[in-house]
Every structure is written in C-alpha cells, then in structure tokens.
Design a protein around this ligand. Structure first.
Ligand code: G6P
Length: 612
C-alpha cells in the first residue's frame, strides 16, 4: 500500500530512488513522484506507473544527492497527477511522502484552512505536511520536533519521510502501522517501505518500530526517538536475501518465477524442521510454547486473502490430525464483531507480508484478551512477526507478484508441520503414519516439479477459455479451499469473474449458472468422496458445462466425463492442496497473459494492504 523511498548521501539520488520505486511498485502503481533537493526543491509527479514518471522527468534537473520518492495506491483522492506524492507544504519548503491514512485529516484541514492554508490536492497527506509546517512556525522549532508534535495530533496509520528545503543535510522519517526500513551504507542512508530498494547498496538495516521517528543526517549519524520523545537504539540487522531473489531471473513475470520457485520454497520452509526417517518435527516457535499450545481449547486462524485460504487448509489439517477445534476468521470481520476469545485460545495469524492492517488489528485484539498469538509470516522482521508471541517464518523468499503463489504453498507446508507436531504431542497419530506423511512431504517438491511440466498443456486449455466471462471452481474436503484460491487467482489477474465452491454446494445455487458457456474446474484428486465428486461432475455435464478436471493418473471415471484433464501426481490426501493449486496458478497466469493483462501488477490491487 504505497511504496516510499528516501536517499541521503554522496551518490546520485535520482537513479537510486527510481530503481527503488520500481522494486516497490507491487505496493501500488496508481501514480509516482519524486522530490530532489539541490539548492531548490525539484518535484516531478505523474499518474500511472513509475515508467510514466520517468517520461516527464527533465534530464539535467535530477542532479541531487538527497531526495524522496513515492509510488501510490490511492486512498484519499483519485489517482491523478495532482494527488500524486510528494506533496509540498504551503511555503514550498517541505516535501512529504506518505504511506497510510490520516483518519482525522478533515478536522485538521478545516483548522488549517481557517489559518489561511490552501490545498491543491484531495489527499490527507497534503494536510499532514501543512500541519507539520504550521507546528514548525507556531512553535518555532526544528523539523523533527515539529514532525513529532504533529504526529501526536494525528489519528491513523503512516510511514512518512519529510524533506526540508532549508536543511539539505537531513531527512526525517516516522512510522505507525506502516513498515519502514533504514539502510545504513558506508557514507549514506536509504529509507524504504521494505528492503528491496536497499539490498543492492547495503545489507545493514534498522527497522523502525511503530510510533517512532528517525532523524537521518548527511554526516553519517542518525537518531531514533519515540513519538513520546524517548531516545531509542535499535540493533543493526543483516538482510538475508540476495539481489537475485528480487529479480526476474529469466522469467517473463515475477508471478511465473514464483510459481516455479515453489519446490525450492517448500524445501526451504521444511529445512531443519523435520526428519522423515527419524520421525521428528521441530518448529522452534511451537516448542517454545508447547505446553500452552498443547492445552489450547481451540485454535483461531485469522488472515486475509490468499493467507485466509491457507488458514482454511490449516483448519482441516489441525482438526483432522490433532483433533483440536479450529475456527478460521477473516481478520477484518474478527476484529469488529466482538468475538469470544480467552487465554486458553491460540490465535494463528497468517500473513505473507506481515504488514496487513486488518490482521495486525486482529492480533492486537487477541493479545488484549490474553490469547497466545502464533504468527506465520514470510517477511522477516515484519510487524506481525514482531508482535506475535511466537511463530515461524515461511522462508519462501521475497514474493513480488501481487497474486500470491509460493507464500500460499509454504504457509500450507508450515501448517502441516504444526498439525503433525501437535498430533504427535497429543498422541493422535500413529508413529508409522506420521513417518509416512513426513516422507511424502519430503517428496512434494519433486511432485510439484512434475506438475510444472504440464505448463504447455495448461496454456492450451487457457487459450480455449481465455474469453470466458465466468468460471466456477469446485472441490471437496482439502480441495475446497484450493477451489477458492484457484478462483481468486483468476479474478485477481485476468478480471474474469470466478467463484470457488464446495462441489456438493453447487446444487444449492451455482448450478443455475451452468450452461455451455460456463467452464467448471473440478479438483477431483480426492481418494475420499471420489464417487460423490463423480456425481457432481455428472451434474455439470448434464447441463452442458465445460469440464476441466484436475485428476490423478489412476482416475478412471472423471477422465471419461471431462472436456479436459490435467493429470497430477498422487499424494497423501492431506497434502494434495500443495499439488492441486499449481495447475490453477498456471491456468490463471496463462489466461491473464492471453488477455493482455499485467499479471504482476493487476489493476486496483496491492500486495501489502496496510490500510483497513
Ligand atoms: C492482498 C494481496 C493478497 C494477499 C492479501 C493478504 O490482498 O493482494 O495476495 O493474500 O493481501 O496479505 P498478507 O500479506 O497478509 O498475506
């Protein structure tokens, strides 16, 4: 949700900021802008992607070694040039970039208007920069102090960086509810929403905590204080990923690269955490709180989007294997519906980015009510990872395509380990069965590689259905959440309306939609309830729906009924989502490409949703 970049040092700031913004475009791409200081304040901003901004930049006017840049996901004000960041204060002395929402902006705007401020955009951000300027003027104080005072008056979420024409040797940055990393170079500093714009220059970073602000000076010093004005010192952390991990590596799109990375991502997620031949599972986070987790009355899984779908699979796994009740909640609903939570509950919060505002708020609620919070996150050092009591990283590596793929499969891999370890502790699984599943889990990456070989065949199916206006995805049991996720993938990137449904529920509604124009994707790899799925396929066939069936090689009946079959390797039923999701990711990808859509940056979406 908006990407921000800042630079101060000895290098040419413009290319660093532009490159950084391109890396952060997954966070929003409604408009982009940059402000540079070189005696004067130079601002360029433009609706659309960073590439549009580059087109309007005047060569020769970008020479500076301090600057800030922004790529926007619009909240207040439509995505046009006027509303693009950076925004200037009334005097033109201050420029600000902002990620988040200032909730009480209208009352502040009214007050500032009375004092003669005139606004040139519809944004809450312009209100904030003028509030800072007003504080600076009335309190006759330094910029950093004015930022602190102003932020204490503000309600909402933000990550901001402020540039001051009168002080070209300093940047002031602050955060609350939106991420911010400071990269510490040899003689320069980098500020960004995540580490991807920084990794090329330095591996040393400091993560700003909520309600903190940083003053970053050209002389190589920086200081961090809370908004309550208490000095803080954060340990410098080393970035673990490489530049390679955030580049396309020969693939045309990040999404395709990330689909193909799944075998390795799952291996990384499992590495050191299990051993099939010795029959052990060791999740550090789980071990630390094992008594409390073992005694939990129930688990509540909370998440959004794709992570919520993996949570549903987690429910099936934990109830099936460890025999503990599980509830799965959309974080946005959970936090506002006054749920019953107590100290015997364990809340599992799942999030690729670790920054999703609704999930973070759900965690806060769970913590207030004394539940133990277990975070499953991909981004190391992210807010959810830091605020959870315990947890596990998925280790999928950076996921840049807006449509989540490898994060989903690694989340399921971890949930499988959690369910198995719990089952082992509770004695609800026989040792021989546990070993069998662990062996099979070790085989999953190889089986996904086998599934990826179906790419060309799936592309052919995509070409047949690329102009469909609706799609139905049906599955039962462990394949029901996969149907939901398959439909979400198609919707997100191809803009075709798609619905996922439990196969047996079809007859209670969606069946009315079926005619010869309706493609229906069946996930039909279940060993249990196979005959029931055959009946569901028959029901669609009888109404002339077009059937695309994901089946096992050993399937006998559905292959005869389907218009197209996708044969995937067999595995334990509880692990089948890890395989069956792969053809659905590829189908969505190819359909989107054939329709000319931008798969990595689908319209209106952003990868990290840091607003409610
Ligand atoms: C956005 C993304 C989705 C993601 C969801 C939850 O909507 O576009 O791909 O599943 O947020 O994000 P999280 O980072 O919490 O998993």
């Amino acid at each position: 949700m908006c990407g921000i970049v800042g630079y101060i040092g000895t290098r040419d700031a413009f290319p660093i900021i532009i490159k950084g913004l391109k890396r952060l475009e997954y966070r929003g791409y409604d408009s982009a802008g940059i402000a540079l200081l070189n005696g004067d304040m130079t601002v360029f901003k433009k609706a659309g992607k960073v590439s549009e901004l580059e087109k309007i930049v005047i060569p020769g006017e970008t020479i500076a070694n301090i600057g800030i840049g922004h790529t926007r996901w619009a909240t207040h004000g439509e995505p046009n040039d006027r509303n693009a960041h950076p925004h200037l204060s009334q005097s033109g002395n201050l420029a600000i970039i902002h990620n988040g929402i200032i909730e009480n902006y209208s009352s502040i705007k009214e007050e500032l208007s009375k004092r003669g401020y005139v606004f040139h955009s519809d944004t809450d951000t312009e209100v904030l920069v003028n509030l800072i300027e007003e504080v600076q003027k009335t309190e006759k104080t330094t910029l950093d102090n004015a930022v602190r005072i102003a932020l204490n008056e503000v309600v909402g979420a933000y990550a901001i960086v402020v540039l001051n024409k009168n002080n070209p040797d300093q940047l002031v940055a602050a955060r609350k509810g939106s991420p911010m990393v400071i990269g510490i170079g040899e003689d320069d500093f980098f500020i960004a929403s995540d580490a991807s714009p920084i990794i090329e220059y330095t591996k040393n970073v400091v993560y700003l905590d909520d309600q903190e602000y940083a003053v970053i000076n050209r002389n190589g010093t920086y200081s961090i204080r809370t908004l309550g004005n208490v000095e803080k010192s954060h340990a410098i952390q080393k970035l673990e990923f490489s530049l390679e991990a955030i580049e396309k590596g020969g693939f045309e799109h990040f999404m395709l690269k990330e689909i193909y990375e799944q075998p390795k991502a799952i291996e990384d997620a499992l590495r050191g955490r299990m051993n099939a031949s010795q029959g052990w599972i060791k999740l550090g986070g789980l071990n630390e709180f094992i008594n409390r987790i073992d005694n939990a009355g129930r688990f509540i899984v909370t998440a959004c989007g794709t992570s919520w779908h993996s949570g549903l699979i987690g429910e099936y796994l934990i109830e099936d294997l460890a025999r503990v009740p599980v509830e799965v909640e959309y974080a946005s609903e959970f936090r506002y519906r006054n749920p019953i939570i107590n100290e015997k509950d364990v809340v599992i919060a799942i999030s690729q980015s670790g920054e999703t505002a609704d999930t973070l708020a759900a965690i806060e609620l769970a913590k207030e009510r004394q539940a133990l919070v277990y975070g499953i996150c991909n981004v190391i050092g992210s807010s959810i990872a830091r605020t959870s009591h315990a947890g596990s990283y998925t280790h999928a590596g950076p996921e840049i395509g807006v449509a989540s793929t490898k994060a989903f499969s690694t989340q399921i891999s971890l949930l499988t380990l959690i369910a198995l370890q719990l089952a082992q502790v509770k004695g609800t699984i026989a040792t021989s069965k546990l070993r069998e599943i662990l062996y099979e889990l070790e085989n999953i990456p190889r089986k996904i590689e086998e599934t990826l070989l179906l790419d060309a065949q799936i592309k052919e199916i995509a070409a047949i259905y690329k102009d469909a206006t609706n799609f139905l995805y049906l599955g039962r049991g462990y394949n029901f959440p996969v149907a939901l996720e398959g439909a979400l993938k198609l919707k997100e990137i191809s803009y075709i309306h798609a619905e996922g449904y439990p196969a047996a529920e079809m007859k209670h509604g969606p069946i009315a939609l079926i005619d010869e124009n309706m493609p229906v994707v069946f996930l039909a790899t279940n060993q249990s309830a196979y005959e029931k799925i055959v009946s569901n396929v028959q029901e669609v066939k009888a109404r002339k729906g077009k059937i695309i069936a994901v089946i096992h090689k050993s399937d006998t009946q559905i292959r005869e009924l389907a218009d197209h079959i996708i044969e995937v390797p067999e595995t334990e039923e509880i692990l089948s989502p890890l395989i069956t999701i792969v053809p659905l990711q590829l189908l969505a990808y190819h359909i989107a490409i054939l329709r000319g859509c931008n798969v990595d940056q689908p319209r209106n979406l952003a990868k990290s949703v840091t607003v409610e």
